[in-house]
Design a protein around this ligand. Structure first.
Ligand code: PLP
Length: 380
């Protein structure tokens, strides 16, 4: 049996939606992107959604749209996918890392204020593995200190914090979603930003379309733009996926519940900890299922053992500050963000997708148990 880490959930509805676009003359900048944007905006209760060709592009345009640039600082987390920090570098601004809450794994709001300087322009929080950051506390700090709040909700489409959707303008000035094939819904490649700001949305629409103005003149470029457009096939795929969102999130919840029950004996025996969900999270949209191994275990050896048995896993995340590019250019080293590093050494993402069956989860658990035993015995 081979169990991949993730697998998209594509039905006949999605195939038909993409085929309909292919049978029309509009493969880009047509009606599907508008419908997709309207559906995302409705979902999070935002005035605007601007769909683009990746979550990274959405983050880039969010940063640019807020006017962040050279000399500015953005407070963010080192425990994330690298794009949430790279987007600050694209704008020639500086990411300032702050360590995480060891339970939620998101930016620790209690550490943010100490990192604010006169150059700080924004806080960029990440909803890690689908678990929203402390959005109310971060919003309050941002308001009090006159900073923008950017929410990287790329892993959290469908989650709710205190009854309000992740990505809602109630929390952040601008939020982003991503639709890579391993996310809750996919467009192949794709992403989206959401905001209540008319001005930010207009700038983002212009920047994704080569800096063209709203006048529509095809060869007039008002700013240094990009080609970050999302094509119609992708938008149609995303729209069809979004129409199934409830069903998709329910399937993922059921898989998470099944893991929780099946892994319980391993938790009881002290081998591992299950994902933590704070009580403020009124709806958890599971992106991945990440357990934390006991510090007595060599996580990387456990991964090799699982791989040999056909079970794919991943060490989500390698801290951003320890990525080779960041070490080289900013001089970060081990020990700079101890909570992030401690967590990152122990995390293990297990196979997780809508169609994962109970018998497969039992298989993962059985193989994991064997591997934990063998790895532990080899220790001194
Ligand atoms: C997936 C993801 C992104 C965006 O990824 P793309 O591959 O560019 O769509 C950004 N931030 C986080 C935290 C992510 O998980």
């Amino acid at each position: 049996m081979h169990l991949p880490l993730s697998r998209p959930d594509i039905t006949e509805r999605e195939r038909r939606a993409v085929m309909e676009v292919l049978e029309s003359p509009y493969l880009s900048m047509g009606r599907k992107i508008e419908e997709f944007e309207a559906a995302i905006a409705r979902l999070v209760g935002a005035r605007h959604a601007v769909a683009v060709n990746s979550g990274t592009s959405a983050l880039h345009l969010a940063v640019l749209g807020l006017g962040i640039g050279e000399g500015d600082e953005v407070i963010t987390t080192p425990f994330s996918f690298v794009a949430s920090s790279n987007c600050v570098l694209y704008a020639r601004a500086k990411p300032v890392f702050v360590d995480i809450d060891p339970k939620t794994l998101c930016l620790d709001p209690n550490r943010v204020e100490a990192a604010i300087t006169p150059r700080t322009k924004a806080i960029l929080a990440v909803d890690v593995f689908g678990h929203p950051a402390a959005l109310d506390d971060l919003r309050d700090i941002a308001r009090r200190k006159g900073l923008f709040l950017i929410e990287d909700a790329c892993e959290a489409l469908g989650s709710e914090y205190k009854g309000i959707p992740a990505g809602s303008p109630v929390w952040a000035d601008v939020a982003t979603f991503a639709f890579y094939p391993n996310k809750q819904i996919t467009t192949g490649e794709g992403g989206c930003l959401v905001t209540d700001s008319d001005e930010l949305a207009a700038v983002a629409r212009s920047l994704r379309n080569q800096g063209r103005g709203q006048s529509g003149a095809w060869l007039v470029h008002e700013r240094l733009g990009y080609n970050y457009r999302l094509d119609e096939m992708s938008a149609a795929l995303g729209l069809a996926q979004l129409q199934r969102l409830e069903e998709i999130l329910a399937a993922r919840s059921a898989v998470a519940d099944c893991y929780e029950a099946t892994l319980a004996p391993l938790v009881r025996d002290g081998w591992l900890e299950l994902p933590y969900v704070n009580e403020s999270v009124t709806s958890m949209s599971w992106f991945v299922y990440v357990v934390r191994l006991s510090p007595r275990l060599d996580r990387d050896k456990v991964m090799v053992c699982l791989k040999e048995q056909g079970v794919d896993t991943r060490p989500y995340f390698t801290p951003i500050h320890l990525q080779p590019y960041y070490r080289k250019h900013f001089g970060y080293k081990e020990g700079d963000f101890p909570i992030t590093e401690y967590v990152a050494r122990r995390t293990l993402a297990l196979p997780f997708y809508n169609q994962l069956r109970e018998i497969e989860i039992q298989h993962v658990t059985l193989v994991l148990k064997k591997c934990l035993g063998s790895v532990c015995m080899r220790q001194p």
